[in-house]
Design a protein around this ligand. Structure first.
Ligand code: PLP
Length: 358
């Protein structure tokens, strides 16, 4: 701890992202990236940005990108906010819409960046336990709060809350904002975006990192009532006027416009997921129902950390969460290509033939 650090920094518990190993030839199934490259139209748009105009600042409002997103969802640009990855969008959401006297509610097992933002911005929160089936039960959120946020499908479980349940929450919770983080919705969920028209307390966030294969470009967005978007814009313009560079704006716009490629890639991932689930079940895994581009699975009685370590010896990396104890047996496995998933299944078949350590 440096004596030059501010009190705020001394008290931070930063988020730890999944590892990005420098080694080649790894089967990398740990950070939910897309196993296929982005649309060719994205690559062309990026190439077209290379030139003298890079001396100029980008559009601070990302108007073209916001217009493309608005059109894609049948909204107007005033209902769209864009950021440097949805992580940045979420940071602004916590400060601009969720920091109130009452605590923010989110699941006890969920995206572990949420409590980190609460720490950064000094926001009180109350973790709400998942039910016995590892699902989010809307009834558990019907209590006084300063806001509600959860991913749908949830991470790292992959479980989905039906849209009718989300609408029930929106009706019962009109005094604060409900944020639905749809980072994984394109892999089998039903988006809450159509509910934006009738619910001024709804904010929905999306990312181009997963279903649009652009984790390296850093583009995310939020849609909601124009008043909610204005709060986010006020935070952004008090922090960084140009969070999206010229490449992110051009490439992001091309990605949103290439709907056919997007649908095809999501379809491939969903098809591979079915095969992966069957392969995992065949070697003794219990797999939670997943609507995402990953599965959350365990072999009852086997330590997840031990399985992850044995996979790593075979150059396959998956994600394991040590805490809470309730999920210590689970592995979160990204849906890769068919070949990558087959390699994983072969390795697990071999590992599970040997007795486990407890
Ligand atoms: C990956 C992820 C994000 C962040 O996505 P970026 O746009 O890459 O910052 C947000 N929420 C959840 C639940 C995620 O899994």
């Amino acid at each position: 701890m440096s004596r030059y650090w501010s009190k705020v920094v001394q008290g931070l518990t930063p988020y730890v992202p999944g590892e990005q190993p420098k080694l080649a030839n790894l089967v990398k199934l740990n950070t939910n990236e897309c196993p296929y490259g982005p649309s060719r139209r994205v690559l062309e748009a990026l190439r077209a940005e290379i030139g003298d105009t890079l001396r100029l600042y980008p559009d601070p409002a990302s108007d073209r990108l916001r217009a493309a997103i608005a059109k894609h969802h049948g909204l107007v640009p005033e209902q769209v906010f864009v950021g440097n990855g949805s992580d940045e969008v979420l940071a602004h959401v916590f400060l601009g819409l969720l920091k109130h006297d009452r605590p923010v509610l989110f699941p006890d097992i969920t995206y572990s960046f949420y409590p980190v933002y609460c720490g950064l911005y000094d926001i009180g929160f109350e973790p709400v336990p998942l039910n016995a089936r590892f699902e989010i039960a809307v009834d558990d959120y019907l209590k006084p709060n300063g806001g509600v946020i959860f991913p749908n499908p949830n991470a790292p479980t992959g479980c989905l809350v039906p849209l009718a349940e989300i609408e029930r929450l929106l009706r019962a919770n009109q005094h604060s904002v409900v944020v639905i983080d749809e980072a994984y919705v394109d892999f089998g969920g039903e988006s809450a975006v159509p509910l934006v028209a009738r619910h001024p307390n709804l904010l929905v966030t999306h990312t181009l990192s997963k279903s649009r294969a652009l984790a390296g470009l850093r583009v995310g967005y939020a849609v909601g009532h124009a008043d909610l978007i204005e709060a986010l814009t006020r935070v952004k313009d008090s922090f960084n006027s140009y969070p999206l560079d010229r490449f992110a704006q051009a490439g992001g716009t091309a990605a949103i416009e290439d709907d056919a490629y997007f649908r095809a890639m999501c379809g491939k991932v969903v098809a591979t997921r079915s095969r992966l689930v069957a392969d995992l079940q065949a070697v003794g895994f219990e797999v939670l129902p997943s609507a995402a581009n990953f599965v959350f699975a365990r072999v009852p009685g086997r330590d997840g950390a031990e399985l992850a370590a044995k996979l790593r010896e075979r150059s396959i990396i998956v994600r394991h969460f040590r805490k809470p104890q309730r999920i210590a047996e689970f592995l979160r496995i990204t849906v890769g290509t068919d070949e990558q998933c087959a390699a994983l299944a072969d390795a697990l078949r071999e590992i599970l033939r040997q007795p486990g350590q407890r």
